[in-house]
Design a binder for this molecule. Structure first.
Ligand SMILES: Cc1ncc(COP(=O)(O)O)c(C=O)c1O
Length: 433
């Protein structure tokens, strides 16, 4: 949807915020105070980078700390939420969030670590079929991860990593071009690993179509869902995705560096021959303390976990996933489309009279909460002024992109209005209305 708004006044934004919406949980979050501007709280549109803290997190975390105080080592079995099976509480909500069967997901490690563990299993190069496909605008960590994997297996990253480029003059990738590239290099591609929502442009990739195209040429297909999980509805099992990983500190509000997620399709779970890196948390928990020399993994994504999980880092993920479970991704996505459509309308008005340009596609199925805007000024200085002069928090990516993401759980129409108004003021000296 291109966000056409009739009334762009501040009053209208306030009115829109007064309409009841069960997907808005703003009162359940701690909104940072503004350092500048006329409003006490920030208009926080940086949830694509680091989500805000749910009010419930502190109490839940304290309860886990209290259990440590009270039970010591016996907390593994006797705590109200025993630590030994703690990750089980996260499995159901995480699976519903990404459209998976419960046994297909596990919450563990961090995102890049999970990508490595999954590549260890799903990138199985041969002399001819050894390439990994990523997008040219991949997040740097993904690029480093795949380059290091191909090098580890004896291939040259310069030729073995195939980068998908948009057409000259275009900002985003076209599905047909991605599919064509896969067909053009069909025999040399071992694995496709792309961001489900691009971190820079905010474009949503056609995950089912690209997964199918990858399988058609005999490749394995994995998705980095850092910017997709908690942002757009996902159906990983149905889309037949081989593997996926995501972080939980962005839309999933689980705190800086929070524990990440991993998905392995059930097709692979039933394959006892699949290679993987293992640790004692890979083996069946019922015999884990028998300390056998050879692991006996269960047929679940847990087989990819290595270590006993960091309980105090798992708690905030559990708290947040429960909230997503309560609200549901469909209701959240509906609100997200309304908010981002509204923001787009305001930004298009600005784009009509300044030289800013929207980079994120306008069609509903091609974007999530984030709208990326190309600006013709020093982006770091701009984001700094938006915060210090207006209390508007967005983030930037060099050389010329600012990213504005109204996360639907806690952002309001008025936040969107403030962001667009402040941007207009900073760029042209003229606000929205
Ligand atoms: C798309 C994407 N991939 C990978 C990462 C790296 O995440 P981590 O530091 O949690 O491994 C990020 C971090 O923001 C990201 O946005």
């Amino acid at each position: 949807m291109s966000g056409v708004t009739i009334d762009q006044s501040e009053d209208h934004a306030v009115e829109l915020d007064q309409l009841p919406d069960p997907a808005s949980r703003r009162s359940e979050f701690l909104i940072p105070p503004a350092v500048g501007g006329e409003f006490p709280l920030t208009a926080y549109l940086a949830g694509n980078s680091l989500g805000l803290q749910p009010r419930a997190t502190r109490g839940e975390l304290m309860a886990d700390l209290d259990a440590w105080e009270e039970y010591g080592v016996h907390g593994h079995s006797d705590a109200d939420r025993p630590w030994f099976p703690y990750h089980e509480a996260l499995r159901g909500p995480a699976a519903r969030l990404v459209g998976a069967q419960p046994r297909e997901v596990v919450m563990m490690n961090s995102l890049t670590v999970n990508l490595h563990l999954l590549l260890a299993s799903f990138y199985r190069p041969t002399a001819i079929r050894h390439r990994i496909v990523i997008e040219d605008k991949a997040f740097s960590s993904d690029s480093y991860a795949v380059r290091s994997h191909v090098a580890l297996r004896g291939h040259d990253p310069e030729t073995a990593v195939l980068r998908l480029r948009s057409r000259p003059g275009e900002d985003v990738l076209r599905t047909e071009d991605v599919v064509q590239t896969l067909r053009d290099h069909a025999h040399s591609i071992a694995t496709v690993m792309i961001g489900g929502v691009n971190y820079l442009t905010g474009e949503v990739m056609d995950m089912p179509a690209i997964t199918e195209a990858g399988h058609d040429i005999g490749a394995t297909v994995g998705w980095d869902l850092a910017h997709a999980a908690g942002n757009i509805p996902l159906h990983l099992h149905e889309w037949d995705v081989d593997f996926a990983a995501w972080c939980t500190y962005k839309y999933l509000n689980s705190g800086p560096g929070a524990v990440a997620g991993a998905f392995v399709h059930s097709r692979h779970l039933d394959n006892p021959g699949i290679p993987r890196l293992e640790g004692w948390w890979s083996t069946d928990p019922s015999s884990r303390f028998e300390m056998r020399p050879v692991s006996e993994p269960q047929r679940s994504a847990d087989a990819w976990s290595l270590s006993n999980p960091p309980i105090f880092a798992m708690g905030p993920v559990r708290t947040s996933l429960e909230m997503f479970d309560e609200v549901g991704m469909d209701a959240l996505r509906e609100r997200s489309l309304r908010l981002s459509g509204y923001l787009r309308g305001l930004l298009e008005t600005l784009a009509g009279r300044t030289d800013i340009r929207l980079v994120t596609p306008g069609e509903d199925e091609r974007h999530g909460a984030q709208l990326s805007v190309r600006v013709n000024t020093d982006v770091s200085a701009l984001t700094e002024r938006l915060s210090s002069n207006w209390g508007v928090v967005v983030d930037d990516r060099q050389p010329d992109i600012i990213r504005l993401a109204p996360a639907p759980l806690y952002c309001t129409y008025h936040d969107c209005w403030r962001a667009a108004d402040a941007l207009g003021q900073e760029i042209s000296g003229e606000g929205i209305a």
